[in-house]
Design a protein. Structure first.
Length: 468
């Protein structure tokens, strides 16, 4: 083989690595009434492709990704298969099995779906680009608000959110079950038939339900996580978001006055709301707790868990260390629920609960580990300084404080979840916020801690570990 041929073969083989095929599906959204791959069903094609790859045992040979506009919007959804750069147009979910079996498994492209004229395709894409740029220039010259989908999503995002929250409040997904009409569901829920159908139709557009011949059905996701008869039902925990709606509607007043103005702050929940909140925290904490134990270690003798909620972290630390004894402090409304979780774990002898108030209590002494998880954001800087001082007194020399929270970057504009959560604290607490690593370090130094380090874990929350 000549040198140029060798180089060509090397390039060809490298294009095949590390997967046999790379499939790109356009899912670009555009303003309503404009042709787009998203409007033509790009998401459904993508889902069908991933399912079919699993059925044909090709997940390890084919990588799938999405892309923005490719310029062939009138013939979407568009799919491109590399390394041979085969363009398919107007792909339907029903076509996916054929593409997978013929092209991705046997190496034979599906001719009937291919763009056969490269020159015409190139001209179509370039013409689309020219039209798009011309339209943008014309709108800019006229001073018209850009058709920015992200801006519209921000402005109207509350509509989708409210539709889902209402569905959760009414327990719509349980009511839908394996399939029902709007009339049947409204009779079951005691709601208006016309309004119920409107809500169900919106849930279909949000891909939370499906509809065929007037019958609404759950998707695999909603059937698993939003129905009461499922062992993985997450609705009780998600109901916490329903309770945030009223407080977030006061945001304008909060910004003007600099404090929460809601009549019923998040700290004053009824028994049902408290149980739902603790259930949500427990569901979120179980997997996370194992990660925290692994990151921090388990060589402790005596632990204090402040605001321990369901006890998920105390339970994880105690299960990892048979010698550990834990004191868990929380509010009077929470501790009876905590005891239920501890009882189910069989750890009543090593995890003791006590009712207390973190804002004023002295915690005792002799602890070599204090956990403060998702607590500091509820308090003002002054309250946190005071709290950290009392924690310092409770620790023995070389004892450690593990603080877990949503930590802001220095300019406080990222990460996005922590920034938004800071507003959540504005509308729901008397002085809480998200704080930066710099702020935490300053408070810890002022309190007397001699060493601090940050541990980054997957997800929006990080750890700060401080040593006395």
């Amino acid at each position: 083989m000549s040198r140029p041929d060798c180089l060509e073969e090397i390039v060809r083989r490298r294009k095949m690595r590390p997967f046999r095929y790379h499939v790109v599906v356009c899912t670009q959204q555009k303003p309503e009434n404009l042709p787009s791959c998203a409007a033509a069903g790009g998401a459904a094609v993508l889902e069908a492709l991933r399912e079919e790859l699993g059925r044909q045992n090709l997940e390890n040979d084919v990588i799938v990704s999405t892309t923005g506009c490719l310029g062939a919007c009138n013939r979407g959804p568009v799919m491109i298969v590399y390394p041979d750069a085969t363009w398919y147009g107007e792909v339907k979910p029903a076509d996916v099995a054929e593409i997978t079996a013929s092209h991705l498994k046997a190496g034979q492209p599906v001719a009937r779906l291919m763009f056969s004229d490269d020159a015409a395709l190139r001209a179509e894409i370039l013409n689309h680009r020219r039209k798009t740029l011309a339209a943008i220039a014309a709108r800019d010259k006229a001073g018209i608000l850009p058709e920015d989908i992200s801006l519209q999503e921000i402005l109207r995002g509350f509509m989708s959110s409210r539709a889902l929250l209402t569905a959760l409040e009414l327990d719509v997904f349980t009511g839908v079950g394996r399939g029902t009409s709007a009339q049947q569901l409204s009779a079951k829920l005691g709601t208006d038939t016309r309004a119920t159908e409107m809500l169900l139709n919106v849930l279909v557009t949000l891909n939370l339900l499906t509809k065929k011949d007037g019958v609404f059905s759950n998707t695999p996701m909603t059937a698993r996580f939003l129905c009461a008869d499922s062992p993985d039902n997450a609705r009780p925990g998600l109901m916490h978001n329903v309770h945030l709606w009223d407080s977030w509607s006061t945001l304008t007043k909060c910004v003007r006055q600099g404090r929460a103005v809601a009549e019923s702050p998040s700290g004053q929940r009824d028994e049902h709301s408290t149980r739902a909140f603790i259930a949500a925290m427990d569901r979120n904490a179980k997997e996370r707790a194992a990660q925290v134990v692994q990151a921090v270690g388990n060589d402790f003798r005596r632990m204090l868990d402040l605001g321990g909620g369901s006890g998920a972290y105390s339970i994880a630390f105690a299960q990892a260390n048979p010698q550990l004894h834990v004191d868990l402090l929380d509010q009077p409304s929470v501790v009876p629920l905590t005891q239920e979780y501890i009882h189910r774990a069989g750890l009543e002898r090593r995890i003791q609960t006590r009712v207390g108030d973190m804002r004023t209590d002295h915690f005792g002494e002799g602890y070599d580990l204090v956990l403060l998880s998702a607590i500091a954001h509820m308090f003002s800087p002054e309250q946190n300084r005071d709290l950290l001082g009392r924690i310092y007194q409770a620790l023995e020399p070389n004892g450690r404080l593990v603080l877990q929270d949503f930590i802001l970057d220095p300019d406080k504009t990222s990460p996005s979840f922590a920034v938004l959560f800071s507003l959540n604290m504005l509308v729901n607490t008397e002085g809480g916020a998200s704080y930066s690593e710099t702020e935490y370090e300053q408070w810890l130094r002022e309190t007397g801690f001699r060493e601090t380090k940050r541990i980054r874990l997957p997800g929006p929350a990080n750890l700060i570990v401080a040593t006395k």
